[in-house]
Ligand binder design. Structure first.
Ligand code: MZP
Length: 505
């Protein structure tokens, strides 16, 4: 007969935190949100630490290159979606990795006989207004000069004239020689009052560009998540079907972390794929398994599949109808607590800590806070990031408000039937949907949205007498709430200007 777990499946909104003693050092400015992604032995440090415990979901409507750049600049990490061709996904990863490293490989280059019209169309294509001119138009060709949009007037100058007539020729360009440090390069930029410093090899070939704006960007984003070569960190989703081709392409592109994008990761398919990656790349690969909702599945992925982190959540996603369609899943709070308990047991037995990611179903900032208090090392979110200007979808106006489309990876629109184990030999595609096609309001940039959430999180951590996420989870005391106390937590006894009264126009 079937076994029935006595504990009811619970969600985050059923809990509240009870404050602990706040000491004088428990101030938001003392809080660190650093969190491990890859497993590590007691006393050692993780191969990858987030500066902010937020990652974006591997979904078409969430995590493209722009999201990856923006999120890494704020200290988190995007998992670029895998429901696209291997080449397209690897190209997105390359775009993020080459975005800025202090020394940027130029991807907008011209030949001297290219026309101004060519320069304008290149600028439109890449969005870069500073374009080096090399002898053959390649990024590492012999450097001849540089042209920016300040060097010509698009509506006045002859657009058929060659760029060589408008560029600043090499003899008038301030440049650095390869081997110069970033610190020295920034000093040259400062002293020469220039915006961009080309760095040339000894033989005159262009090596890279250093931008003044990148220095300011870096100073304004102290949480920026960088690899050892000062490139932005990014992750990518993978599947258990084409992993033998996809993972090598992503590794080649410089990926930092991978995760299986699967609604049910407790499978031999995932175990085989993860082991294949580990055998081939050893500890150079960081790979997350999942999704799971109980301790047995956590153990399996850790012991049999040798994954670095485990993702928790089936059916809680805002666009997800897996529970309804297939009857599998678990309340996200119960699932997370069960998996975190197993992680802690595994740690006390082996001395190996395997980070846990709570994936999906976080409907507001409070739920993010509760998930971290319950022991999640980091959270993966779709809807939260889909609502930002950096998500890859276009804005649409509905009834005078601005929205963006947001759809599940198991929806007909994404057609990611591989994610949902609907891929049988000779099968032509999906038979039923597990996700919906929806809209979410646009709420601002990743920076704006995250700064509010982080302010709330840091403030709560101080209420809980903690300045690290580990202390936060260790100190957390939670209480279950009744429906009535949930209502009491709102503002039921006053007329709210925001919710209950029409606004004056
Ligand atoms: P949310 O943050 O929008 O609530 O949930 C995002 C998560 O939902 C993803 O990270 C993924 O695990 C899951 N997801 C994505 N597509 C579907 C679907 O089509 C889904 N059912 O459940």
């Amino acid at each position: 007969m079937a076994k029935i777990i006595s504990e009811v499946s619970r969600t985050f909104s059923e809990y509240l935190l009870i404050p602990r003693l706040t000491r004088k050092n428990h101030l938001p400015q003392n809080v660190s949100l650093s969190s491990p992604v890859a497993k590590f032995k007691s006393g050692e440090s993780s191969r990858l630490l987030l500066n902010v415990p937020f990652v974006s979901a591997s979904m078409q409507s969430v995590s493209g290159a722009e999201m990856a750049i923006s999120l890494a600049r704020r200290g988190g990490c995007a998992f670029i979606y895998c429901s696209q061709s291997i080449e397209q996904q690897a190209a997105m990863v390359s775009r993020v990795k080459s975005h800025k490293a202090g020394f940027v490989q130029s991807d907008s280059n011209l030949k001297p006989d290219n026309t101004l019209r060519d320069a304008i169309s290149l600028r439109k294509k890449t969005g870069h207004s500073t374009m080096p001119v090399t002898h053959d138009g390649s990024r590492n060709g012999i450097f001849l000069g540089i042209i920016t949009d300040k060097d010509f007037w698009e509506f006045e100058d002859n657009l058929d004239a060659p760029v060589s007539q408008f560029m600043t020729p090499k003899e008038n360009v301030v440049f650095g020689v390869y081997g110069i440090t970033l610190h020295e390069a920034n000093k040259v930029l400062r002293n020469s009052k220039k915006e961009c410093l080309p760095v040339l090899e000894k033989d005159g070939n262009l090596h890279s560009l250093v931008f003044k704006k990148d220095y300011f960007d870096h100073m304004n984003n102290p949480d920026e998540l960088l690899d050892k070569n000062k490139r932005l960190i990014t992750g990518a989703g993978v599947n258990t079907h084409d992993y033998k081709d996809r993972i090598p392409a992503l590794m080649e592109a410089g990926i930092d972390a991978l995760c299986f994008d699967s609604s049910d990761g407790y499978s031999e398919f995932q175990m085989e794929a993860a082991k294949w990656a580990r055998t081939r790349y050893g500890n150079d690969v960081i790979i997350g398994g999942g999704n799971v909702v109980d301790g047995d599945a956590f153990r399996y992925l850790v012991e049999e599949a040798d994954v670095d982190f485990v993702k928790v959540g089936i059916g809680g996603g805002s666009i997800c109808i897996t529970r309804e369609q297939k009857g599998i899943g678990r309340g996200q709070a119960s699932a997370l607590m069960a998996v975190c308990a197993e992680r802690d047991r595994y740690f006390s037995e082996t001395g190996i800590y395997v980070p846990v990611c709570s994936d999906g179903g976080l409907a507001n900032d409070t739920q993010i806070i509760i998930a971290l208090a319950m022991g999640a090392d980091f959270v993966m979110m779709g809807r939260y990031f889909a609502m930002t200007v950096e998500s890859p979808t276009p804005k649409v106006s509905i009834g005078g408000r601005i929205y963006k489309p947001y759809w599940g990876e198991g929806s007909n629109r994404a057609r990611n039937w591989q994610r949902y184990n609907q891929a049988a030999e000779g099968d032509s595609g999906m038979k039923f949907e597990e996700g919906v096609d929806a809209y979410v309001p646009v709420v601002g940039s990743v920076k704006e949205v995250m700064s509010v959430t982080m302010a709330k999180l840091k403030s709560t951590m101080c209420n809980m007498g903690s300045v690290t996420l580990k202390e936060f989870a260790d100190n957390a005391v939670l209480t279950r709430i009744s429906e009535q106390s949930f209502v009491e937590g709102g503002t039921p006894n006053v007329i709210s200007l925001d919710k209950d009264l029409p606004r004056e126009v």
